[in-house]
Design a protein around this ligand. Structure first.
Ligand code: E4P
Length: 224
C-alpha cells in the first residue's frame, strides 16, 4: 500500500516527505482554504507541492460543466508533469474525465461513495478513484464496507483499455480518519490511503514501542 498525504500544507508535506513516507499528495478546495490559500496563488502553490513530492499531486477542478472542467484540467496539467486532476463523480465530471483521458491527463475521480459511481469513473478513464470513508461514518454508515465493495468490484474487471497509457486504476481510500482505517484498507487491498498529517503521525506510534524505548533507555543508563 502506498500513502498519499491529504493536505495543502507545505510544512506538513516537507516533513512527511523527509520520512520517506509519502508517494503523493491529494488536495481539495477545503484543504487549500484551510491554509489561507488565495485564488491567484493556487497554481503556484500546486507547483510548490509538485517540487517537494516525487509522485502524483491531485489538484481539484472547481468547475461544474464538462467544458470548464476540461479547460481547468488542461491548465492544471500544465503546472507540472506529476499533476493529477481531481474531478468530482457527477455526470459533467465523467464527461470531462473521458475528455481529459483522451488528452493524456490523469484524473482522480473524487467524492465517490458507491460501486456504480466507481465503475462509471473507471469506464470514463479515471486513473485513480477516491472512495471516501469518514463521511460515511459521519452519517452512521459503514465507510470501510463501501470501500471494500469498490475495491472488489474494480478488481473484477480490466479497465486498462480506458486509462491513460493503459495503466491500472488505483483505488485511493480517502476521508481517512484513523490508523485503524488504514489497517482495514490495507487488508482489503486498497492501493493507496490518502491520510491527513495527524493520522500519519498516529500510524507511527504504538504504546508498546514507547514503553519498550523507555525501558531500553533506562537500561542503557546502567551500561554507562
Ligand atoms: C480526498 O482526496 C479528500 O481530499 C479527503 O480525503 C476528504 O477527507 P474529509 O472527508 O476528511 O474531508
Amino acid at each position: 500500500m502506498k500513502f498519499f498525504l491529504d493536505t495543502a500544507d507545505l510544512a506538513e508535506i516537507e516533513e512527511a516527505a523527509s520520512w520517506g513516507a509519502i508517494a503523493g499528495v491529494t488536495t481539495n478546495p477545503t484543504l487549500y482554504a484551510k491554509i489561507g490559500g488565495k485564488l491567484d496563488e493556487f497554481h503556484a502553490h500546486i507547483k510548490r507541492i509538485c517540487d517537494i513530492v516525487d509522485g502524483p499531486v491531485s489538484a481539484e477542478s472547481v468547475a461544474m460543466t464538462r467544458d470548464e472542467i476540461v479547460r481547468d484540467g488542461l491548465e492544471l496539467a500544465e503546472i507540472a508533469p506529476n499533476v493529477v486532476v481531481k474531478v468530482p463523480t457527477m455526470v459533467e465530471g465523467l464527461a470531462a474525465t473521458k475528455e481529459l483521458a483522451k488528452h493524456g491527463v490523469p484524473v482522480n475521480m473524487t467524492l465517490c461513495f458507491s460501486v456504480p459511481q466507481a465503475l462509471l469513473a473507471a469506464r470514463a478513464g479515471a486513473r485513480y478513484i477516491s472512495p471516501f470513508i469518514g463521511r460515511f461514518d459521519d452519517i452512521s454508515d459503514d465507510g470501510l464496507a463501501q470501500v471494500e465493495n469498490i475495491v472488489d468490484a474494480i478488481n473484477n474487471y480490466d479497465f486498462t483499455a480506458h486509462t491513460v497509457k493503459g495503466e491500472q486504476i488505483e483505488i485511493i481510500a480517502a476521508s481517512v480518519r484513523s490508523a485503524n482505517h488504514v489497517t482495514q484498507c490495507a487488508l482489503m487491498g486498497a492501493d493507496i490511503a490518502t491520510v491527513p498529517f495527524g493520522v500519519l503521525k498516529k500510524m507511527v506510534q504504538h504504546p508498546l514501542t514507547d514503553a519498550g524505548l523507555e525501558s531500553f533507555m533506562k537500561d542503557w543508563e546502567k551500561v554507562q
